[in-house]
Design a protein around this ligand. Structure first.
Ligand SMILES: *Cc1c(COP(=O)(O)O)cnc(C)c1O
Length: 419
């Protein structure tokens, strides 16, 4: 199931009023749904001591959303300077932040250690001497390499640019210790948008075994393992959801076994982005043009700069038409934006209720990697973001970009240097 019936019941009755007040297009997020998912996540891992979700900020980098995450006790997974600043601006500090960057620059290291620091998750052994001040707590991202298969989205670990290789991982911790590290974590991420929970069980087993191996070699204890993000959501109506309960139960068993064998056990951290907010956001657009050539096209008032997943991954996003359903007249159409790119389509050859100019279309599951992936090609401006609060109010949490925003980095006056 894409967008939940409960979210529809909260949104659809007031959607006409919201579009009249704010105009379209916009992404709108559902606080109630986000909180329910967050509480469900905590509940299913509640028997693992110190369990913590570090919300992947890149999925929906908006302070109002991050505040919701913080109020549920979650930390933040950041991978850029601006994500660090954003997380700190809403009050996250120190070990509330996990900095999982790759190809890290000196400036990023300096920002990471500022303002109370963060948990530094290093992507390579060569970065150890480049850390300006080795913190007490250090984590490495592990890349298991050949023999472990990722899923189709993230690909084969052997071809992935991320992480420390299997042959270097023990040395990496040894070198970090020599540089002053005293507390340790271990991270990996080998699947993305995966609804089969057994991948994460296998990942947990692999990380716990690796933690054991490194501990034996170096005489250290791990405070946490972090199995990354990648919990999948159903985008298509026929997709089954991830079995979070089974994941919680089986992962907890692995932690209990580790505890009985070693007398202590690390905590479990995860960095879900999509799973937390993906289903709890929709992109609302208006149909503005109809075109009947070799195919039928419904032109809408947003384009792929507001949601590029269909364009770059061929991703399916379910679409509803407000006030119409499939029991009436339907037709097969492409739903298109206005960009000068033929992959600027929200749906291709999709059977939908017959759409007229002025109809409101609801594009599902845009709460993660939606607005955040937006861009300005063709001078297109990104849309506003709204938040449907649990009390029923609607808050503008990011205004639409304006032409002035677009021109803000340009120099219209001469600014020449002769070298
Ligand atoms: C993107 C990313 C995540 C979040 O992935 P989701 O698929 O949104 O859960 C977590 N950790 C890292 C390191 C990432 O790059």
């Amino acid at each position: 199931m894409p967008m939940s019936q409960n979210f529809k019941d909260r949104l659809f009755p007031v959607l006409d009023k919201i579009t009249q007040h704010f105009g379209t297009p916009f992404h709108i997020y559902d606080e109630t749904g986000i909180r329910q998912t967050g509480e469900m996540l905590k509940k299913n891992f509640s028997n693992i001591k110190g369990f913590r979700e570090y919300y992947a900020v890149k999925a929906l980098p908006n302070p109002r959303i991050l505040e919701i995450m913080k109020s549920m006790g979650f930390g933040f997974d950041c991978s850029s300077v601006t994500e660090l600043i954003l997380s700190r601006r809403i009050g996250a500090a120190g070990e509330d932040i996990m900095f999982t960057s790759n190809n890290t620059s000196h400036f990023e290291f300096l920002t990471a250690e500022k303002d109370g620091g963060c948990i530094l998750n290093l992507d390579d052994i060569s970065l150890i001497p480049k850390v300006p001040n080795m913190p007490e707590l250090i984590c490495f991202r592990y890349n298991p390499g050949p023999g472990v298969s990722g899923n189709e989205i993230i690909g084969n670990p052997e071809e992935a640019k991320y992480g420390v290789s299997d042959t270097q991982i023990i040395d990496a911790y040894r070198k970090a210790m020599a540089a002053g590290a005293k507390r340790f974590g271990l991270h990996t991420m080998i699947v993305s948008n995966e609804r089969n929970y057994t991948y994460k069980v296998k990942t947990t087993k692999m990380l716990l075994e690796l933690a054991e191996k490194i501990s034996d070699a170096l005489g250290i204890k791990f405070e946490f393992i972090n199995f990354g993000g990648g919990l999948g959501i159903p985008y298509k109506p026929e997709d089954s959801p991830l079995n979070l309960e089974a994941l919680g139960t089986e992962v907890t068993k692995l932690f209990d076994n580790f505890k009985s064998k070693h007398g202590y056990v690390p905590s479990l951290y995860m960095e879900s982005g999509r799973y937390m907010t993906g289903p709890h956001g929709v992109l609302v657009v208006k149909a503005i043009n109809r075109k009947d050539i070799y195919r039928k096209y419904i032109g809408v008032d947003a384009c792929m700069t507001a949601l590029m997943r269909p364009g770059i991954y061929g991703a399916y996003h379910h679409i509803d038409v407000l006030g119409k359903d499939m029991s009436g007249k339907t037709e097969v159409v492409d739903v298109a934006g206005s960009l000068c790119e033929n992959n600027d389509k929200f749906a291709i050859q999709r059977e939908l209720p017959e759409i007229k100019d002025g109809d409101t279309l609801i594009i599902h599951d845009t709460g993660a990697h939606g607005h955040a992936m937006g861009f300005n090609y063709n001078g297109k401006l990104r849309p506003q973001e709204l938040l449907l609060r649990t009390d029923g109010s609607v808050e503008l949490i990011r205004r639409a970009e304006t032409a002035d925003d677009y021109f803000a980095t340009l120099n219209f006056k001469a600014d020449k240097i002769l070298f």
